[in-house]
Design a protein around this ligand. Structure first.
Ligand code: FE2
Length: 428
């Protein structure tokens, strides 16, 4: 018997098919269908009719800052700007050992939650490139569990911070995967647009993807996403460029947005909303009514733009909560965007799985014959139930091997004449 062979019996799939078996051989899915024959001696997982989903993917995270909450102090105002200032205070105190240890602990949590691919931004505005070295090390250490993709992120501004461009290029030379940016944090609108141009040209030259923090404010006139789309178009970077956050779109004039969406679509831009963070950081300068601040998720989707949800932060200078649970992210996303129809809730599940996989450009992702045997068995019968319950990850499988298990949640009542020990949260 091979360690990367596995037979999964009787599962439901995200597309609604039920009673399916999945056969994985050599770490790949070789058959999916009802009543498959299990090869003799193969390891088996009994799905009990529950949901088997492809692994969760996080399209936007900051692994260099994660689990540092309270160092050196907490963010009292709850704003993005205090978070950036706080991170600036913490940076000189960072050590590589502490960065690696916190990142590995987060990866541990992620795997337990079935989160097996993460795109993490890494701050390059530190001449020592301490965080870059640490996360490159972590990427290598965890690679048999997690696909970790790194974005060279000039947190203090590409043109605003000394050495940022040189450091960003050094980070790419060392093997960081994606070009990042933060145009709304540059000193002027013109500098922001210039930073987008420089970074997109750099990505085109090097054949890399782009993922920028873009227009992360409530300022309706923050329109760098327009430049980002135009540059993607001009340089032929279709499908390779992501605009992250895009919160200013929440506050933009509707006429302007009606012109912007087709441009983003034509440029093949991906969009990432970060519901947990956008709902807490944005609107902080408002009295009442307070804006929600999250970008226009259903409108972007209706325009044919691929939209993913990111976790962004877990226990760091910007956000004190979080646990690596992408179902929590999906649940917050559907609440903030008011996407509560059955079809919309299913789309919110896609936003933390397949849509994010497209953003990362993951190969071999999905529950199809020929794909990697990576999946999560959830204690839920369909994707809506999975979001509702933030379902227990009964088993997490990577390349045909079970790498994490969590015991099923059980109901507590044990009354005479009634069934006991049933799955918690599932209607009988
Ligand atoms: Fe971010």
């Amino acid at each position: 018997m091979n360690a990367d062979d596995l037979f999964v019996r009787n599962v439901a799939l995200p597309d609604g098919r039920s009673g399916q078996d999945v056969l994985a051989l050599g770490g790949r899915i070789v058959a999916i269908g009802p009543a498959l024959a299990a090869p003799a001696g193969i390891a088996e997982l009994d799905g009990r009719g529950l949901l088997l989903a492809p692994p969760f993917v996080d399209a936007h995270f900051h692994m260099d800052a994660t689990l540092s909450v309270g160092l050196p102090r907490v963010n009292e105002s709850g704003t993005l700007l205090e978070g950036i200032a706080l991170w600036g205070e913490l940076k000189p105190m960072l050590t590589q050992e502490a960065l690696v240890e916190r990142a590995l602990q987060y990866c541990d949590w992620a795997v337990a939650k079935g989160l097996l691919a993460i795109r993490s931004h890494v701050d390059v505005c530190d001449d020592r490139l301490l965080a870059v070295e640490a996360l490159l090390h972590v990427r290598e250490r965890v690679k048999s569990y997690i696909d970790l993709q790194l974005v060279a992120f000039p947190q203090d501004g590409l043109l605003r911070a000394p050495n940022a461009l040189a450091n960003l290029k050094r980070a790419l030379d060392k093997g960081v995967d994606v070009v990042g940016g933060i145009p709304h944090f540059e000193r002027t609108m013109a500098d922001g647009a210039e930073s987008v141009r420089i970074l997109c040209e750099l990505a085109a030259e090097r054949g890399l993807r782009v993922d920028m923090h873009c227009d992360e404010s409530d300022d309706p006139l923050s329109r760098h996403v327009e430049t980002l789309a135009a540059e993607a178009q001009r340089l032929g970077l279709h499908g390779r460029v992501t605009g992250s956050h895009l919160t200013s779109m929440h506050s933009m004039d509707n006429y302007y947005v009606s012109k912007l969406l087709p441009l983003m679509r034509e440029a093949g831009l991906h969009a990432v909303a970060n519901p947990l963070i956008n709902i807490t950081l944005q609107g902080r300068h408002d009295t009442y009514p307070k804006r929600r601040g999250m970008t226009r998720v259903p409108e972007l989707m209706a325009a044919g733009i691929n939209v993913g949800f990111g976790h962004d932060c877990v226990m760091d200078p910007w956000y004190p909560l979080g646990s690596g649970d992408m179902l929590e992210v999906a649940q917050m996303g559907l609440h903030v965007a008011q996407m509560t129809s059955q079809a919309q809730m299913r789309v919110c599940f896609d936003a933390v799985t397949v849509n994010n996989a497209r953003i990362l450009g993951l190969e071999g992702y999905g529950l199809e014959v020929g794909c990697n045997a990576d999946f999560v068995l959830l204690q839920a019968r369909d994707v809506v139930e999975a979001i509702r319950l933030r379902a227990v990850r009964l088993a997490v499988v990577r390349r045909g091997r079970v790498i994490a298990r969590t015991p099923a949640a059980r109901a507590a009542l044990d009354l005479p004449g009634r069934p006991s020990a049933v799955d918690w949260g599932l209607l009988r």
